[in-house]
Design a protein around this ligand. Structure first.
Ligand code: NAD
Length: 380
């Protein structure tokens, strides 16, 4: 019988890697899920619900000791991984570009480690795409939290007592989070503009009923990599972009920034001077905080207020702040990955398909070594 361990995450991570729904399906694949008591509480999944789905609810060490697979949200500790069966499988959001020496130590345990962030963005892997499932929720929550902080109405309202103007929302970076932020801000009635460096986003922005603004020069036309991500832009482009943003941002009420480039610090799109030009009461929600932030004044994990009354909210785990939804979707992503690549459904045994492009794309460590090509060039 394949044993799967799931434990409580750290104090600042309310999500969990399995839901009662996915426990039922993992059990049907032939696995026994051993879950630490109370591990689902912050996602409102009770021990009883897990038991009813077929899990064993046990202590942390009973869950981990000798398990074949550890499913987690964040990169697990070396101690936890060392307590698994030798060579056991670990699947989590490993933060592959974060703390390199700790990653080497994790690899040193001999575990077979999969980084869910490296899931190829193919049609087949859509159901396993944790970046999308979590970014979508974060984009929604950024607007809802930003609107609450703004403390004024978003939609235009014409009433006998007078007209309330529509708030102006500006979304910077139109990936998965940005698209959901646009849709949410539109639903709340804001007047929405958005920008990105990838030309493909223009039509997406317009189809959501928002206005697209960008420096659309020759470099812009080439700004998307074959994998669909943004390239780092030249200093010349950045200067033109900064001029455009400076003109636009000073009139905005709510700015949501989501701009990221894989494996690099977040581009700084909003300078101190731009923030100083904004109106008192304006709010910036910086979803790029985890990679340093998109504004010059961002303090990751904090909310600051500038002397001119602009607040910059830089949450590190916005998806985690709607943990019920975030855990449900993350758990489904993991289930789809295990189901699609690791189980012999007839024999109900573990049978990792090492030739599968999704296995090769996400495998970070095996046999004591870091093996992912994206991590080979970085010094340890
Ligand atoms: P991301 O989180 O890496 O980045 C967010 C956005 O920031 C991107 O749109 C990027 O172009 C933008 N950006 C980067 N630098 C910028 C700058 N200097 N100024 C303005 N904007 C900047 O992006 P993501 O949400 O992970 O999406 C990346 C790509 O993957 C998109 O093309 C998306 O459509 C695609 N995708 C494909 C699938 C699939 O086919 N299964 C699933 C999800 C996403």
């Amino acid at each position: 019988m394949v044993t799967i361990a799931v434990t409580s995450e750290s104090a600042d991570e309310p999500r969990i890697a399995v839901s009662p729904d996915t426990v039922k399906k993992l059990t049907a694949l032939g696995a026994k899920v051993r879950i630490e008591s109370g591990a689902g509480a912050r996602s409102r999944f009770s021990d009883d619900a897990y038991r009813a789905a077929g899990a064993d609810v046990v202590t942390r060490s009973e869950a981990i000791h000798g398990a074949d697979i550890l499913l987690a949200v964040r990169r697990p500790s070396i101690e936890d991984v060392a307590a698994l069966k030798p060579g056991a499988i670990v699947a989590a959001m490993i933060d592959p570009y974060g703390d390199r020496s700790a990653l080497a130590a994790l690899a040193g345990t001999g575990a077979t480690v999969f980084s869910m962030e490296f899931m190829p963005r193919t049609t087949r892997a859509q159901s396993m795409d944790v970046l999308s499932s979590q970014a979508n929720l974060a984009g929604y929550k950024a607007v809802v939290d930003g609107a609450a902080m703004f403390g004024q109405a978003l939609p235009m309202m014409m009433t006998p007592a007078g007209t309330v103007p529509a708030a102006k929302a500006f979304i910077m970076g139109v990936g998965v989070a940005g698209l959901q932020a646009i849709a949410t801000a539109r639903r709340l009635g804001a007047q929405v503009t958005a920008t990105d460096v990838r030309p493909a986003t223009k039509e997406q922005v317009q189809s959501l009923g928002a206005k697209f603004i960008a420096v659309e020069d020759e470099e812009f036309k080439q700004a998307q990599t074959a994998a669909g991500y943004a390239k780092p832009m030249s200093p010349e482009y950045q200067a033109k972009q900064a001029e455009l943003v400076a003109q636009h941002v000073k009139n905005q009420d709510l700015v949501i920034t989501t701009a990221l480039i894989p494996g690099r610090p977040a581009p700084k799109l909003i300078s101190r001077a731009m923030i100083e030009s904004m109106k008192p009461g304006a709010v910036i929600v910086d979803l790029a905080a985890e990679r340093g932030g998109n504004t010059e004044l961002t303090e990751p994990g904090k909310t600051i207020e500038t002397p001119n009354g602009v607040r910059i909210f830089a949450p590190l785990n916005l998806a985690g702040s709607i943990a019920v939804n975030a855990s449900s979707l993350y758990a489904k992503n993991l289930l789809a990955f295990l189901d699609g690549t690791m189980f012999d459904k007839k024999e109900k045994t573990l049978a990792v398909n090492w030739d599968d492009e999704l296995i090769r794309g996400t495998l970070v460590a095996k046999g004591g070594q870091i093996v992912h090509p994206n991590l080979q060039t970085q010094a340890s």
